[in-house]
Design a protein. Sequence first.
Length: 93
Amino acid sequence: MKDILTARREAGTPCGIEYANRLEAMPPDEAADEICDMFCLCADEDLGYEISCDLQLHPKAATQIAIAIVRKRAAESTSSDDDPLDWPENSRI
């Protein structure tokens, strides 16, 4: 996994093109796992565009990866760890 600054700097270079091709060849869920931390501050509605621009990915592949990241974010936000009523200190309530 690269950091976002390295990925942006390398976009369009042979190394960046190789990385983009590798991401595009992966199933969207795997690619999402690979890059989701890079785009953690990006709003869901801008995610596909940002991935496409920043990493020079084909827009269709970037959109599919963005959808997988949004699904991953949604699953993480609905996990029971996030529910204060499930925290040990609240078990006697």
